[in-house]
Design a protein around this ligand. Structure first.
Ligand SMILES: Cc1ncc(COP(=O)(O)O)c(C=O)c1O
Length: 475
């Protein structure tokens, strides 16, 4: 370990003193801590282009002050006196623009631990097919191309994805119309940037998925919330001026209903009449627990109005950041150029690993296993919630995904709900977090992806205890 040293030949103090002073400061302010090994004197002398004696002189002074000590096998380490301190924060005159300053962070405390993690969007990390993914990645690294790639993604992965969506969702798409992205969120960003001018009205579901409404707002859109009923988005309530409608038809986030077939057709007609785009976010349908799926909007679309978006955040891991969009041919070139303008192209090794993972059947095998595990969790969670919350609320039916939304009868403020669940060792967001435009309903969005199966009954007990605490009149 070493800190970069800067030698000023015009400094009257001499070179040894400069080395000594900079290392002393690094040790006393905690940038170097106990046990850190200093660069051997011969090597440092070579790096700095000074005599070895100059460096040993500096080290001798540090040693005399007890800041470093020699090691038996040679070399010096920082001695036991130093502990890491906060790196001092430099004052700065820089500030974000007012628009940037207003970007809201979603789930602002991701690091807080809890006994029961019931956050939606979480998956079980123990299911991740580590060995297979490692093999695919190692092979990919051995053939990593030395140059930038196609901004839309490698043709191998786009072809694999086209085959995958045909198999999994019955969607027929030419690989050339697939764009590989860093997750669904990134896909929606690219689409919004090429379809939405600042000030354009866009419609999202209310309640809905806040990161997307925030993203659209950040892109300058005038974002409106449209109510959902038991058939999904209420098409009649979409403002006629909307040029883009973002929907989660397979599994409405967060309430969980499926957009009915008549509504799908109505939405497509609406989009065609109003010259609007539909963004179909199919974020978790790989985990379908019952019922036959309805045809995706993309399949029913006869006028090229739909952008279909998929992600591997639920099926593999959100941290991999792999998603994709199937886009109408008319907007493909603009998206490719935009992607290149932003960051050139998706990472080649991840794309190659993912293509192999799909082509060799590993994704399908992994999903079969994950579906069994999550299916059991969903059943247990549903049963426990229905039983324990009886008469105080209800779990909303849903056929897919990794969460169940609960509506509570009592009107408990979200902050109180949050405080009580935290106090009972739970991390679970109030349903209110998913509302941006209207008065929230009271409830929770209960994820079951991350919680070990045997913990589910205790977690639901903790939820009911938290609910008791929140509804008891103060003594
Ligand atoms: C509605 C919705 N869309 C998309 C995603 C996934 O987004 P990404 O692929 O950017 O991780 C999630 C994740 O929780 C989600 O809830």
């Amino acid at each position: 370990v070493q800190v970069e040293l800067f030698i000023d030949p015009t400094d009257d103090r001499g070179i040894a003193t400069q080395i000594y002073a900079q290392l002393r400061d690094a040790i006393t302010d905690g940038r170097l801590v106990t046990g850190d090994r200093l660069t051997p004197s011969r090597m440092l002398a070579g790096d700095l282009g000074v005599s070895r004696f100059t460096v040993t002189d500096a080290y001798a002074r540090l040693s005399a002050e007890g800041l470093i000590e020699g090691r038996a096998g040679g070399g010096s380490i920082v001695s036991a006196t130093s502990t890491r301190a906060e790196v001092p924060v430099a004052a700065s005159g820089l500030a974000p623009t007012p628009r940037a300053a207003h970007i809201a962070r979603y789930a602002p405390d991701p690091t807080v631990d809890a006994r029961f993690d019931l956050r939606p969007g979480r998956i079980d990390p123990t299911l991740f097919p580590t060995d297979t993914w490692r093999r695919c990645t190692v092979r990919a690294l051995q053939h990593a191309p030395p140059a930038y790639g196609d901004p839309a993604g490698t043709i191998e992965l786009r072809t694999a994805l086209a085959r995958w969506v045909l198999h999994s969702r019955g969607i027929s798409v030419d690989p050339m119309d697939i764009v590989v992205t860093s997750g669904a969120q990134h896909a929606i960003d690219l689409v919004a940037r090429v379809l939405v001018e600042p000030g354009t009205t866009v419609a999202v579901e209310e309640p809905g998925y806040p990161p997307v409404s925030e993203l659209l707002r950040v892109n300058g859109a005038n974002v409106t919330g449209v109510p959902v009923d038991d058939q999904g988005i209420v098409v009649d309530a979409i403002p006629p001026s909307a040029r883009l409608v973002y929907v989660t038809p397979s599994h409405q986030y967060p309430l969980g209903m499926t957009l009915s077939r008549p509504r799908r057709l109505e939405l497509l007609r609406w989009a065609n009449t109003h010259d609007a785009a539909i963004v179909e976010d199919d974020y978790d349908t790989e985990f379908r627990h019952s019922a036959r799926p309805l045809e995706p909007l993309q399949r029913l679309d006869e006028h090229g109005r739909v952008v279909y978006i998929g992600t591997f955040s639920k099926t593999l891991a959100p941290s991999l950041r792999i998603g994709f969009a199937a886009v109408p041919r008319t907007i493909g070139p603009a998206i490719h150029a935009l992607r290149q303008a932003i960051d050139w192209c998706p990472p080649a090794p991840t794309q190659a690993a993912m293509a192999t993972f799909i082509d060799e059947g590993h994704l399908q095998r992994h999903l079969r296993r994950a579906r069994r595990v999550y299916g059991e969790r969903r059943h247990l969670m549903w049963t426990a919630l229905t039983e324990k919350l009886a008469r105080r609320g209800r779990a909303l039916p849903s056929d897919a995904g990794l969460h169940i939304t609960v509506l509570l009868d009592d009107r408990i403020p979200d902050d109180e709900l949050r405080a009580n669940t935290r106090a009972n060792g739970l991390r679970v967001p109030p349903l209110g977090d998913s509302y941006r435009f209207t008065t929230p309903r009271c409830g929770w969005v209960v994820g079951f992806g991350a919680i070990p199966t045997p913990d589910i009954p205790d977690a639901v007990d903790a939820l009911t205890t938290a609910l008791d605490a929140a509804t008891q009149p103060p003594r």
